[in-house]
Design a binder for this molecule. Structure first.
Ligand SMILES: Nc1ncnc2c1ncn2[C@@H]1O[C@H](COP(=O)(O)OP(=O)(O)OP(=O)(O)O)[C@@H](O)[C@H]1O
Length: 710
């Protein structure tokens, strides 16, 4: 039964939830273009899944439905949600659920006569970007005043960021006149030099025939949008989708918008998209709220907007706090209370990490499973202390898709040096980790081993229990008359040191001798990425504690074994907040909600607010904020939630919810039957649910005759 006693004309009846009137209105809506604007947890994904269920129940073939999202996480969540509400998994598998980038790549492959090289790693884009800077310099440095071009790593990354921004906004495919150059900063937020370099970079990428030579991240989406722009008829070659669904519409940029428009332009296509402007955290890629607010309406006059106002994920206490934090109405329909805990610590991040472990233990003592718990960190480097504290506390964890700190390049490099010096590569059990250590030595040591040779070395290396031959072949200086390289002299220093020396002292000297900070700034040229690497190394040194070099080495192997042991089990999730969009957990712990960490001073405050909002709203039953005891060090975000001030009103709303919404949904009774039962079931009045591929007894019908199938 739907809530609010409305007439329900829907054919798809979900399992496990009672839909609100808002949800049924969306599920059964037949407007050509429908936009849903909602709060976090207000059932966007679920309601889009209901719309898909309805289309299937009305006989639409799964191949005619396309679901587009921006991230792989969102794709997985949509897949799961469809199954949760009762769409049969074989049907879900037939639906096309893709990220924009994957969808675009597949579409382009259909019309391109040659394969296009993919450059997923930003470093692969450096050589063409260098060539672009050269060209821009030669062409414009005489004719345009005050142009500054640079070719260091930081500058190259900034040029790459700028070209992405311009592409997301579809600026580069427009004709440009040199007279307009003075306005590019005002219009697009890039400098004149960045604009000119981006134009040259695209010329290099596209070559003479306007057929891309390579593609970096986002280039498939851009190229498809560009293609549509140049020749709208070409899109008509693609298969017709009858229903296009788009989740996370708040991440839409101009390129993705044009692809969506081309799909909607097909005469038989219906479109439903959902978004929440407070979840925009990819602002640099041109994500803007104006698509939701105005652009669709301008382009498709028949656009209708419907709201999803009520959250079904978390109770009133968090709803009221998020209302205070975001300054927008947030209402909850959840009967279960959500507790907000503020746990405090004094001292550094290690103490904060212990506080996290204590919060998990309290949760377990309540009888709740640790697998329903997630620690969502602001930055990758936070995971060093957290992982260590979890291991000390015997709490198994997974780190999808962030990866454990032990497998990060900077840490692998230090592990490689230790493995050579201690002659104990055998302690590294995993073949992949062995290969990655070799890669990290090549990268950080600037060995420049040609790619094919490196590949062969990696394959051979996995079989070795020693790394010494690699050292002798690629690192050790052969010419006695010359000074050894910095890497070689650093390794010799560690070899000469006693394995009983304090690990932290030795490793700190390794970092200083190698100038790791400078290397990080060169390799991870974005200031933020470099800072994460530097802090991750600091965290690594701090966890060495009082251990000797050989003790720390054994401890690292034990830590890796610990992480591997629990990898596929039902354990705690440890991830970055940015990866958690669309997910939910009974208990969410946000560590280090402190000044300088959260919000990060390196990003616009608005983005940080949205990130915090996304993290906090993943919680279903408990949200724990781990923050310093010292009020001065506490993040202003906690104050802005007004936890104490909203408590009384939240209590009243919560009691109301407990009285109204703690009802078991009346639902169809699905039957366990085999194919040969079908005629009998039909004769008894059972109905076939095509979407779920099961027979059911309609609501209100006596169940007695169906006892053998219950
Ligand atoms: N009518 C309903 N009754 C009870 N629970 C519901 C209902 N609709 C959805 N839910 C539940 O609410 C939770 C949030 O739903 P969903 O993930 O669809 O929200 P969302 O708006 O996509 O979230 P977000 O954008 O924050 O990731 C899910 O656990 C879902 O099963």
């Amino acid at each position: 039964m739907p809530k609010d006693n409305q007439v329900d004309s829907s054919r798809f009846i979900p399992v496990g939830i009672i839909r609100t009137k808002e949800q049924i209105d969306i599920q059964t809506n037949r407007r050509k273009v429908l936009l849903i604007e909602a709060n976090a947890g207000a059932a966007k994904t679920t309601t889009l899944a209901l719309r898909v269920g309805e289309a299937l129940a009305n006989g639409m073939a799964p191949e005619c439905i396309l679901i587009l999202v921006f991230t792989e996480t969102a794709r997985d969540v949509m897949f799961r949600r469809l199954i949760e509400i009762g769409v049969h998994h074989t049907i879900v598998k037939q639906l096309k659920i893709q990220t924009f980038e994957d969808f675009s790549r597949d579409r382009l492959a259909l019309i391109e006569d040659k394969g296009v090289a993919s450059y997923p790693n930003i470093r692969q884009q450096f050589p063409p970007m260098l060539a672009a800077v050269d060209k821009a310099y030669v062409k414009y440095s005489e004719s345009v005043e005050n142009l500054q071009f640079s070719t260091n790593g930081l500058a190259l990354t900034q040029y790459l960021d700028a070209q992405l921004k311009l592409k997301a906004n579809m600026v580069l495919c427009e004709e440009f006149s040199i007279d307009d150059l003075s306005t590019v900063f005002e219009r697009y937020g890039v400098t004149e030099a960045e604009f000119l370099v981006a134009v040259e970079y695209e010329r290099i990428r596209l070559g003479l025939r306007n057929q891309p030579n390579f593609r970096g991240s986002f280039d498939s989406t851009y190229d498809l949008a560009r293609d549509i722009n140049r020749d709208p008829d070409r899109f008509s070659e693609f298969s017709d989708y009858r229903l296009v669904i788009c989740d996370e519409l708040h991440d839409l940029n101009e390129a993705a918008f044009r692809i969506v428009c081309a799909l909607i332009d097909r005469p038989r296509c219906f479109f439903v998209g959902a978004g929440d402007c407070d979840q925009v955290i990819h602002a640099t890629l041109g994500a803007r709220h104006e698509y939701l607010s105005t652009r669709f309406k301008e382009r498709f006059i028949e656009t209708q907007r419907l709201p999803l106002t009520i959250t079904h994920r978390y109770g009133s206490h968090l709803a009221f706090c998020m209302q205070a934090f975001k300054g927008k109405p947030v209402e909850s329909n959840v009967a279960d209370k959500l507790e907000i805990k503020v746990e405090t610590y004094t001292g550094g991040l290690e103490e904060g990490a212990k506080c996290v472990v204590e919060s998990i233990k309290k949760w377990e003592r309540n009888g709740s499973g640790v697998d329903a718990c997630a620690v969502l960190i602001r930055d990758r480097h936070h995971s060093v202390v957290i992982e260590n504290a979890l291991r000390a506390g015997g709490i198994g964890y997974r780190t999808p898709p962030m990866g454990s700190y032990l497998q990060r390049e900077e840490i692998l490099f230090l592990r490689g040096i230790m493995a050579i010096a201690l002659r104990d590569f055998g302690a590294v059990k995993s073949k992949e980790v062995k290969e990655s250590i070799v890669e990290a030595l090549d990268l950080y040591g600037n060995l420049r081993i040609p790619p094919d040779e490196l590949q062969a070395v990696k394959v051979g290396m996995a079989k070795h229990s020693q790394l010494h031959w690699f050292y002798e072949k690629y690192i050790q200086s052969k010419d006695e008359t010359k000074a050894p390289t910095v890497l070689d002299s650093t390794i010799r220093f560690v070899i000469d040191a006693s394995p009983d020396a304090l690990a932290v002292d030795i490793l700190r000297k390794v970092c200083d001798r190698m100038h790791l900070k400078r290397i990080a700034e060169k390799l991870y040229v974005r200031q933020y990425d470099a800072s994460v690497v530097i802090r991750s190394i600091e965290g690594f040194l701090s966890i060495a504690g009082e251990q000797t070099l050989s003790q720390f080495w054994s401890d690292l192997s034990a830590a890796e074994q610990f992480a591997i042991k629990y990898r596929d089990k039902d354990v705690l999730t440890l991830d970055c907040v940015a990866n958690s969009k669309g997910k939910e957990f009974d208990h969410v712990i946000l560590p280090f909600v402190e000044v300088g960490e959260y919000p990060s001073p390196m990003f616009p405050l608005k983005d940080e607010e949205n990130l915090f909002y996304v993290g906090a709203t993943r919680a279903k039953l408990r949200l724990t904020l781990v923050t310093p005891l010292d009020g001065e060090k506490r993040s202003t975000f906690i104050k802005r939630m007004n936890i104490t001030g909203t408590n009384a009103a939240a209590n009243i709303a919560q009691t109301r919810n407990e009285n109204i919404f703690r009802v078991t949904p009346a639902s169809r009774h699905y039957l366990r039957s085999s194919y040969s039962d079908k005629d009998r079931l039909k004769a008894l009045g059972a109905r076939w649910d095509q979407t779920r591929k099961k027979w059911y007894v309609p609501i209100g019908m006596d169940l007695e005759a169906f006892a053998e199938w219950m």
